[in-house]
Design a binder for this molecule. Structure first.
Ligand SMILES: [Zn+2]
Length: 232
């Protein structure tokens, strides 16, 4: 078997990072990463306590059909959702799923997360969408693959790189990025934005989102052609 140590190490570190950031309760959390050139995805094994994880037990799968590269641990039960997002969105290099408190609360409320301030606008170019609730026939057909279908439907007219997060209705958040570390950062900023939004709405019920000009200013100064935030 070819060597995928670099990919496995990045995915392992990202899985440990979501724990350190407080985004994980119990074993509800998984990060994957992809080697696009070789068409291989690495993902956390299913149900293994975080303390027992290591780079070499990150499960390696073929992007095309999800088959494992070698015999070993079973991959995360959410693997089919990750794989379908990688197949549909060529730009993404890492995917994160957690049940982090505030983002999951918004997913359970089945509400998109509006942009109430510049913290959100720096990372997410508008409301973070919430999917439709998954139907019974989808649940019985192929639940994890159909979860990705729900996500893709929510992004039918949205750019996944400008909005690197989604709330899966009645379930929780998925986020992504250019690599596993970037996907973890999206997850951290989604959780923080959801927490801030919850507090802001408690202070001012009926609060409206920021104006487009402020959203544009903050998002576009960090992302895209005219970006000038940070060091060159
Ligand atoms: Zn979940």
């Amino acid at each position: 078997v070819a060597d995928f140590t670099d990919l496995q190490t990045k995915v392992y570190e990202a899985n440990m990072e979501i724990v350190e950031l407080g985004l994980v309760v119990s074993t509800f959390g998984n990060v994957s990463g992809i080697d696009r050139e070789r068409g291989v995805v690495a993902i956390k094994p299913s149900g293994v306590p975080y303390g027992d994880l290591s780079p070499d037990n990150m499960v390696l799968l073929r992007l095309a059909d999800g088959t494992p590269l070698e015999k070993g641990l079973r991959p995360s039960s959410d693997t089919k959702t990750h794989l379908r997002l990688y197949r549909e969105w060529n730009e993404i290099g890492g995917v994160v799923h957690t049940h982090s408190r505030y983002a999951t609360a918004w997913a359970q409320a089945r509400k998109p997360l509006p942009c109430f301030g510049t913290t959100h606008a720096d990372y997410f170019y508008g409301s973070v969408p919430c999917t439709e609730v998954i139907r019974d026939d989808q649940i019985s057909r192929d639940y994890e693959d159909e979860t990705a279908v729900q996500i893709l439907d929510a992004f039918a007219s949205l750019d996944p790189m400008a909005l690197p997060a989604v709330l899966v209705a009645s379930h929780g958040p998925f986020t992504w990025g250019g690599d596993p570390a970037g996907a973890v950062h999206s997850s951290q900023m989604l959780e923080y934005s959801a927490e801030l939004a919850s507090i802001a709405l408690a202070v001012t019920p009926g609060l409206v989102p920021v104006r487009q000009a402020l959203l544009d200013k903050h998002y576009l100064r960090k992302h895209g052609k005219g970006a000038y935030y940070g060091q060159k």
